[in-house]
Design a protein around this ligand. Structure first.
Ligand code: HEC
Length: 150
């Protein structure tokens, strides 16, 4: 009878769907190393997820910028909520669902996006990834002022 659990396990592995991306909170643990567990960042070093993030969420160019930051990283001069940053964030190796999950976690948590917030979907991130495929981290920074960031 020892074989029964093994058989059950094998059947379960055959029928189980592909592993889902980790949820946003789990992914955020890696962002927290720099942006802090509270999302408040470190002024002048790591931006907070506050007013700037919330404003960016509200328009398509801003949403594109945010997803591209996570995909390609961002480097060079950024002005975020009247503070200047001259740092470099490395690209985060996440699939489209992972990018959507972590941005939704930040938006609804730290950035207090509110009831009208339209969550990122994996499909939106797929489109953004394709449209920004040739960009690098400094090109992403150049999008910030054009995307309503300040
Ligand atoms: C190694 C440190 C580090 C990690 C890890 C990190 N970031 Fe960053 N992040 C930065 C730095 C530094 C900047 C500012 C870069 C600059 O000055 O050009 C930044 C900028 C940003 C911005 C732009 C903010 C704005 O208002 O324009 C977003 C959004 C962001 N990070 C999201 C994330 C997310 C989401 C994660 C985790 C998946 C993450 N970061 C992980 C260091 C980090």
């Amino acid at each position: 009878m020892r074989a029964v659990p093994l058989v059950a396990f094998m059947l379960a592995s055959f029928t189980a769907p592909a592993l889902a991306s980790p949820d946003g909170k789990t992914i955020y643990a890696r962002c927290a190393a720099c942006h802090l567990p509270t999302g408040t960042g470190v002024p002048g070093a790591f931006p907070a997820f506050d007013g700037d993030f919330k404003r960016l969420l509200a328009n398509p160019a801003g949403r594109r910028y945010l997803a591209l930051v996570v995909i390609h990283g961002v480097s060079g001069t950024l002005t975020v909520d009247a503070k200047t940053y001259r740092g470099a964030m490395p690209p985060q190796q996440l699939d489209d669902a992972g990018v959507a999950n972590v941005l939704n976690f930040i938006a609804t948590g730290f950035a207090k996006a509110g009831k009208t917030y339209k969550p990122f979907t994996p499909a939106e991130v797929t489109r953004i990834r394709a449209s920004g495929a040739t960009l690098n981290s400094s090109a992403v920074a150049a999008l910030h002022p054009l995307a309503g960031g300040n």
